[in-house]
Design a protein around this ligand. Structure first.
Ligand code: AVJ
Length: 321
């Protein structure tokens, strides 16, 4: 945190740490206060999220995996032969492997992620497990258009966006993201996307406020990260985790609730909190099959097929445009 960053950078985008600081300053200055959910995922946050995916209450990950296990062959069959499969925000390869086992003629698998280190480690393991598969990682922020590797040539392009990550975006942002995917993939593209479904409020709320407190720790870790990386003065015990379903907006909201009137410093700036004031840290939108198909349709993607689990908890969509 030095004055040389002050103002707009004349040489392109801000460095990541400065971007984080600017986003936090902006979010804590807003009314109501809010922080971008993407900052949850430092090393500790990623590990806590891994913990969440194994919780009894958190149904999305295991349900999506079950759908991919049961219907992987049918899902893969919607894709053209010789396609390049582009995974947006590729974390581990756990999900895509359930498609890859049914795709023996891929031109390439292109995992895309902002973290090059993790991406390359995953690529190395996958190349070992699938000799002959061209694994072509791209380090990029998938919310912005980027070029696919030249090596895939004119292979038909298919996108893969699992995990209901789409649910972190407001519907208009989600539509614009789907449009960006279309631009990245080029004309005549396919897209497989995992989308969490609306269901009983009690089931939804338990998934984001688990009994063991792992989601609470995940939410509060954002304050720990701000303290460490941005010279913050948050006291963890002075904020509490809150998660609830906002039915009108069809989304789970996560907040951090200030337990008292207090002032907090971040990177040399001070922010006042009243008792009970919240920082809105995440939205996780829940769709019906029709409402998601409608959103995708608005971004130029036609619904080809959809798969769900027996309890109708989660959906995997095949789209085409
Ligand atoms: C990774 C965005 C799909 O919204 O369910 C889990 C993140 N937040 N528990 C979700 C999350 C709290 C997760 N996504």
């Amino acid at each position: 945190i030095t004055p040389r960053f002050e103002g707009a950078s004349p040489i392109g985008p801000l460095p990541d740490d400065r971007r984080f600081l600017e986003d936090v300053w902006e979010g804590l200055s807003a009314t109501p206060k809010a922080l971008p959910a993407k900052y949850f995922y430092d090393a500790a946050g990623s590990q806590l999220f891994e913990g969440i995916t194994g919780l009894a209450e958190y149904y999305p990950t295991r349900t999506e995996l079950r759908i991919l296990d049961e219907h992987g062959a049918a899902i893969a069959a919607t894709l053209p032969r010789g396609a390049a499969l582009v995974e947006f925000g590729a974390g581990s390869t756990v999900k895509v492997r359930r498609l890859l086992r049914h795709l023996r003629d891929l031109a390439a698998y292109v995992p895309v992620d902002v973290s090059g280190e993790f991406l390359n480690a995953q690529a190395t393991t996958l190349r070992r497990d699938r000799p002959g598969l061209a694994v072509e990682p791209v380090v990029a922020d998938f919310t912005q258009p980027f070029a696919l590797p030249d090596s895939i040539g004119d292979a038909p392009r298919a996108g893969f966006f699992p995990g209901s990550t789409i649910g972190n975006f407001r519907p208009e942002e989600a539509a614009s993201l789907l449009d960006t995917f279309g631009k990245i993939l080029g004309k005549d593209a396919w897209l497989i996307v995992g989308v969490d479904l609306v269901k009983d409020t009690s089931v939804l709320e338990a998934a984001y406020d688990d009994a063991a407190g792992v989601t609470a720790a995940f939410n509060l870790n954002l304050l720990t990260r701000i303290n460490r990386e941005l010279a913050g003065s948050f006291e963890r015990d002075s904020f509490r985790h809150r998660a609830f379903f906002n039915a009108a907006a069809s989304r789970i909201e996560m907040h951090l609730v200030s337990q008292a009137k207090q002032e907090i410093e971040v990177g040399g700036r001070r922010f006042g909190f009243s008792a009970g004031e919240t920082i809105h840290t995440e939205n996780s939108y829940k769709y019906s099959i029709a409402s998601f198909q409608n959103l995708a349709g608005g971004a130029g993607w036609a619904a080809e097929a959809v798969w769900t689990d027996a309890d109708g908890l989660f959906s995997v969509h095949a789209l085409r445009r």
